[in-house]
Design a protein. Structure first.
Length: 146
C-alpha cells in the first residue's frame, strides 16, 4: 500500500517485523482496499493499556470509501479475531471514535461490548498545509473469544 507522507504503513509493518503486531491488508483484484493493525502488546492509548493490560487491540481499521459496506471491514475483524484465538487470547478489543456511529454499530453487531472506558485518542497527520495534532474522543469495546 502506498505509505504517503505520514508513513503509517511503514510503522505498522515495522511493528509486525518486531513481533509486536500483525498488519492485515485486504485486496480486491490486486488492489489494496482496506487494512487493520493488530497490536499484540496491548492498546494504543495509555488508558486502554492501563485498564486492559495485555489485551490485543484491533487498531487503524479502514476500508476505502468505494469498498465500504461490502464485508471487507468484517473480514479484517474476523481475521484479527482468528489470529488472536490461535495465540490463546481470551479477549480482543478495539476503540471507536464517538463520532463514528456506523463503525460502532458494526462492532456491536459482531459481538463487541461496551466497557465504559472513554478516552482521548491522540495522533497526528501531515498534509500539504503541515502537521496537524488530533484528539478524538473514543470508547473501548471488548469481545470475549472462544
Amino acid at each position: 500500500m502506498p505509505t504517503g507522507r505520514n508513513r503509517y504503513h511503514d510503522a505498522r509493518y515495522a511493528r509486525q517485523i518486531a513481533g509486536r503486531g500483525t498488519y492485515l491488508l485486504a485486496f480486491v483484484g490486486g488492489e489494496p482496499v482496506g487494512h487493520a493493525s493488530l497490536l499484540w502488546d496491548g492498546g494504543h492509548a495509555e488508558p486502554v493499556r492501563a485498564r486492559f493490560p495485555g489485551c490485543p487491540e484491533i487498531n487503524a481499521l479502514a476500508v476505502a470509501t468505494a469498498w465500504q459496506s461490502q464485508g471487507i471491514g468484517t473480514a479484517l475483524i474476523r481475521a484479527a479475531e482468528t489470529l488472536a484465538t490461535q495465540r490463546g487470547c481470551r479477549q480482543i478489543g478495539l476503540g471507536v471514535d464517538d463520532g463514528n456511529p456506523r463503525a460502532a454499530a458494526l462492532y456491536l453487531r459482531l459481538g463487541y461490548r461496551e466497557t465504559d472506558l472513554h478516552y482521548m485518542d491522540f495522533y497526528h497527520y501531515t498534509d500539504e498545509t503541515g502537521r496537524h495534532e488530533v484528539a478524538d474522543p473514543c470508547r473501548f469495546l471488548i469481545k470475549q473469544l472462544a
